[in-house]
Write a protein that binds this ligand. Structure first.
Ligand code: NAD
Length: 365
């Protein structure tokens, strides 16, 4: 029996999260769900989008599956997703990007893993607004130290990259590659320009790669060149490890390589804690319409199954998803050749088709 915190989220969250939960239950693996609120519903009931009880449940169960959550604009609440990652120290964001037959994309046979550092970089939230007194003081101090001119009306963002967080994420990527039968880890940076921050990330990657020599190929590349190579020859890549900002951008780029956000799963992982969630957001305009694609969330469930050691069930659910996508009949609007195809099915019906397929699908075919 696996105890899992179940966070439906808001917007399209509950629809896709329940689709994933039903698929997980249909594998026959026993789950004890601990349903907890976050997002808009939690604000109404608890006055906060991330109640302590939800956090406590994830801390205790150590595994959660979460629907997307809207970041309210103009309410003063920061992103629940960022807060959750910070509170639980979920330092690694893992996003597999794999081509499935039947999902339209100009690219075939893509099979790569993005491992993104989640805690620092320009996303650490250390920002200074243009024109504020402390920003002016900072500009004065920085100009003095660096001897570089900074426009007096500039806003400033700070980019912390530490040796410890770089080592932690790079080691995670190498260990992930080993345990998942991968061959190569590519560290991504812009060390030719940002010699201290990205330079530190690159040096750390080179040092750690040496420890894995003979078991894994370790290489590093510039982020701009990598973007071009990814759209020319995505098959050249295996596991990519990136600081936070590049990781965010390249995750979406790679989701595009495999047909879009509807099929891109993910996980945020810390020491002994893992939260599984789709890459996509809460798409509020589709909320409650039983319309959106549940696959990204269901594949996040496949990752959860692997994580808890239920690999046979994981492979069976993945094979059922692959078969339904390949047949192309019981799929949502975004997976049909034309967006207004009247044969498109709803979120729930696509999950039903995947559940039915699990009974007959041959794993590995
Ligand atoms: P989004 O991913 O919610 O939606 C962008 C577009 O992508 C949608 O309009 C839709 O056309 C398409 N799309 C997304 N998911 C789909 C699915 N499952 N099936 C079919 N099409 C799908 O991005 P957004 O509009 O930028 O963000 C909406 C809200 O979600 C914001 O408040 C944002 O902060 C939040 N968000 C949350 C998470 C998370 O919870 N992890 C992640 C990203 C964004």
């Amino acid at each position: 029996m696996h105890r899992v915190t179940f966070i439906p989220g808001d917007g399209i969250g509950p629809e896709v999260a329940w689709a994933a939960r039903r698929c997980l239950e249909a594998t026959g693996v026993a789950f004890a769900w601990d349903e907890r609120m976050a997002g808009e519903a939690a604000i109404k009931q608890f006055g906060t989008p991330l109640p302590e009880a939800t956090l406590q449940s994830v801390r205790e169960n150590r595994i959660a599956i979460k629907g997307p959550i809207t970041t309210p604009i103009g309410t003063g609440f920061r992103s629940v997703n960022v807060a959750l990652r910070k509170q639980l120290n979920l330092y690694a964001c893992v996003r597999p990007c794999r081509s499935y037959a039947g999902v339209k994309s100009p690219f075939q046979r893509v099979d790569l893993i993005i491992v993104r550092e989640n805690t620092e970089d320009l996303y650490a939230g250390i920002e200074f607004a243009a024109g504020e007194e402390r920003t002016k003081q900072l500009i004065g101090q920085l100009t003095d130290w660096s001897k570089q001119p900074i426009a007096p009306d500039a806003a400033i963002s700070i980019k912390p990259i530490s040796a410890s967080a770089s080592e932690r994420i790079i080691r995670y990527a190498f260990e992930y590659a080993l345990s998942h039968g991968r061959k190569k880890v590519t560290a991504i940076h812009k060390a030719n320009i940002m010699k201290f921050t990205d330079g530190l990330f690159m040096e750390t990657a080179r040092r750690i790669a040496k420890e894995y020599e003979g078991r894994l190929i370790g290489e590093d590349r510039l982020v701009d060149a990598t973007c071009m190579q990814l759209v020319l020859k995505p098959q050249d890549f295996d596991v990519l490890v990136l600081p936070n900002l590049y990781g965010d951008i390249l995750s979406d780029l790679c989701a595009g390589l495999i047909g879009g956000l509807g099929v891109a799963p993910g996980a945020n992982i810390g020491d002994g804690v893992a939260v599984f969630e789709a890459v996509h957001g809460s798409a509020p305009k589709y909320a409650g319409l039983n319309k959106v694609n549940p696959v990204a969330m269901i594949l996040s469930g496949v990752m959860l199954l692997h994580h808890v050691g239920e690999s046979e069930a994981a492979k069976r659910l993945d094979a059922a998803v692959a078969a339904v996508l390949k047949e192309g009949a019981s799929v949502t609007y975004d997976l049909k050749p034309e967006r207004n195809d009247p044969t498109a099915v709803g979120t729930k019906e696509m999950a039903d088709a995947i559940i039915a397929k699990m009974k007959t699908v041959k794993v590995g075919v």
